[in-house]
Design a protein around this ligand. Structure first.
Ligand code: FES
Ligand SMILES: [Fe+2]
Length: 390
């Protein structure tokens, strides 16, 4: 079985459709491997958490949707791996990201979540910065002119707009990684062909979850829980416990057929098959961003661990929709409400697991062969931490 997923084309539609029909015929595959333990200390250890944050800060994280900073002057403030950042769109239409920490005495330059300004002004003593973070003016500058001053502005971090998302690498000293390289050609091509870049932002929200960020990615990596945890929501329209695992290097996910798609594949001629239009594709990007392509619309979950507590994560969620259908407001409002309903089921379960791990009597979780991607994801996080010197 291939690991990734080809961009939609007539050939790849047929291939994926055939794979789904084979999976449906075969039923659940017998376990190839025995159940394995997953240690719990990685969800509660502050030492491990610090190392993970440090590693996360060296990789791209989804900081904003392009639609949030659509016009020159638009900005949002975010915290990634515990580092406060401002993301702006400059007068040149390029996006920029820099530490939201004043070069004078360290105040927060922009305290609002979002807005639009021609210049950024620090509220403490009035130093001002251009939209790319360059120092614009020092108030009462004569007080500073006689001392050697190397402060040049707000510290820039690597920032790139790709697939309609603004990605930042929060550690200013980290070697910049191009988002296309980080995704890998296969996944990058798939996202290009799914036309993420032309999608329009419909809604965004923030969800505060009392669980480690790795427990939140798990819900996208196994379908075992669907017919129990989501019995009243998503289970009713996804094919039962059936998916094609996806591996794009260290980024992992699933291709999941909708119930209606399997019926269409059986009823329609192969020429008519529109497989991607009936498939949900969640991909967990290492580390900390999940994209969920749901048969035409896109959900992006940016997981932002609380730097002070391994058991707390702020989740920024965006819903982006095809531009040509963006005026179907009622449809997308209903979609967003149902996304929230499902994800709140996942997050509530994760909070219970976190709380029970924190009690300290459970050293290991048990992972079945049908949850294999959880083990692989944890191995990738371990590797990331180890590569970072952890
Ligand atoms: S701390 Fe920002 S101007 Fe003084
Ligand atoms: Fe779930």
């Amino acid at each position: 079985m291939k690991d990734g997923l080809l961009p939609p084309s007539h050939g790849s539609e047929l291939e994926l459709g055939d794979e789904f029909l084979d999976l449906a015929d075969a039923g659940p595959a017998p376990a190839q491997k025995s159940a394995r333990p997953l240690r719990t200390d990685v969800y509660v250890s502050t030492d491990r958490h610090t190392k993970e944050l440090s590693a996360i800060s060296t990789r791209p994280t989804a900081a904003a949707h392009s639609g949030e900073v659509a016009e020159p002057g638009d900005f949002v403030t975010v915290e990634v791996a515990g580092i406060p950042l401002i993301v702006t769109r400059g007068q040149d239409n390029n996006v920029h990201a820099m530490h939201n920490i004043c070069a004078h005495r360290g105040a927060t330059v922009e305290t609002r979540d979002a807005g639009s300004e021609r210049v950024l002004s620090c509220p403490f003593h009035g130093w001002s910065y251009h939209l790319d973070g360059e120092l614009r003016a020092v108030s009462d500058a004569s007080a500073f002119s006689s001392t050697p001053c190397t402060r040049e502005g707000l510290t820039p971090v690597h920032c790139e707009e790709r697939h309609g998302i603004i990605w930042v690498t929060a550690d200013h000293a980290a070697a910049p990684i191009k988002v296309g390289d980080w995704l890998g050609d296969k996944l990058d091509n798939l996202l290009t062909s799914l036309k993420l870049e032309s999608m329009v932002l419909h809604a965004a929200t923030i969800i505060d979850v009392n669980a480690n960020w790795k427990l939140l990615t798990d819900g996208f990596l196994e379908l075992y829980h669907f017919k129990y945890l989501h019995r009243n929501t998503v289970a009713s329209y996804l094919a039962a416990n059936m998916s094609r695992p996806l591996r794009f290097g260290e980024h992992l996910g699933n291709a999941i057929p909708k119930e209606g798609l399997l019926k269409d594949l059986a009823d329609e001629s192969r020429e008519e098959w529109r497989v991607y239009d009936g498939t949900v594709i969640p991909v967990v990007l290492l580390p900390g961003t999940v994209i969920n392509w749901d048969a035409g619309h896109l959900e992006v979950f940016s997981l932002r661990p609380n730097p002070k507590h391994p058991g707390q994560t702020l989740v920024r969620l965006w819903l982006a929709v095809p531009a040509e259908h963006a005026d179907q407001t009622d449809l997308w409002n209903r979609t967003f409400a149902s996304v929230l309903e499902v994800i709140n089921e996942d997050f509530a379960a994760a909070e219970h697991v976190q709380r029970n791990i924190e009690v300290g009597v459970t050293e290991e979780l048990l992972i079945g062969a049908n949850e294999e991607l959880l083990i692989e994801h944890m191995a990738s996080v371990d590797q990331l931490v180890a590569n970072h010197g952890g």
